[in-house]
Design a protein around this ligand. Structure first.
Ligand code: ZN
Ligand code: FE
Length: 256
């Protein structure tokens, strides 16, 4: 089975940029290069070159180094079809139902609108690896800037269907702030409380809390639990439709 190695590069105040390299072919991509310098340094340290830039959405902290890296490496850029005119240097536009090949490793592409109108996620099934940009975070989800609450819920619901072992490579280290909010919503969720202790210990040592797994998120992330009875009771909306519950949780977080 084809397999990708992932290298996590912390940049700016809280962004994660990822190198994803297909082991067999050596084909290498970078996911959401906010800045170029640290990416170039990491590639040079490993003796790797760059074949692909993989963008999840158009925001500057995800595409900022597109043109610089394309110029330096002559790589190609793949990004979301639904916002391709906002992706600098894009060569291949993909969306729901498409696949993207990084050497021998194949990702299924999902449209996950809400944070932006055309946001993509890339699932490398054989590697249990999901690159989901600013859609799903460890214990959180992206702010709903360009879409509706209903769209964002539908997007999260799509991702929720992936296997519990899926590693969630999101684009920001927001976990501790998300934890504080999640605990305000579900203080009695014992799985959340124990996950919280692990998160605080990691952050106290300056270590990343990303990736998490889909299983972790299903048990503890309030944004993907909007249809769960325990979460609905916790926000005082038992029996409500999941979109309304999701909207309530998202709005509380916006004001937290
Ligand atoms: Zn963003
Ligand atoms: Fe971002």
């Amino acid at each position: 089975m084809a397999h990708i190695d992932v290298v996590q590069i912390p940049v700016l105040s809280d962004n994660y940029v990822y190198l994803a390299r297909d082991e067999e072919s050596g084909t290498c991509g970078v996911v959401d290069p906010a800045v170029g310098g640290p990416v170039i340094a990491e590639l040079e340290k490993r003796g790797w070159t760059l074949d692909w830039i993989i963008n999840t959405h158009h925001h500057g902290d995800h595409t900022g180094a597109n043109l610089e890296l394309k110029e330096k490496y002559g790589c190609q850029i793949v990004g979301p079809r639904l916002e391709q005119q906002r992706i600098p240097g894009i060569d291949q536009a993909v969306g729901d139902g498409d696949t993207f090949s990084l050497g021998n490793s194949v990702a299924k592409v999902y449209d996950v609108p809400g944070h932006t109108a055309g946001h993509n996620a890339y699932w490398f099934e054989d590697s249990d690896t999901l690159f989901c940009g600013d859609t799903l975070f460890a214990l959180g989800c992206g702010r709903v800037f360009e879409g509706t609450h209903e769209q964002m819920w539908t997007s999260l619901d799509k991702l929720r269907g992936l296997p519990a072992a899926t590693k969630i490579y999101c684009a920001h280290e927001y976990t501790e702030a998300n934890l504080n909010f999640a605990l305000s919503v579900e203080p009695a969720n014992s799985t959340l409380v124990s996950r919280g202790n692990q998160i605080r210990a990691l952050r106290a040592e300056g270590k990343p809390t990303v990736p998490s797994t889909m299983g972790d998120e299903l048990a503890t992330n309030p944004f993907v639990r909007a249809d769960q009875e325990a979460l609905q009771i916790a926000v005082g909306m038992p029996g409500s439709d999941p979109v309304s519950v999701f909207a309530e949780v998202r709005t509380r977080k916006d004001n937290f």
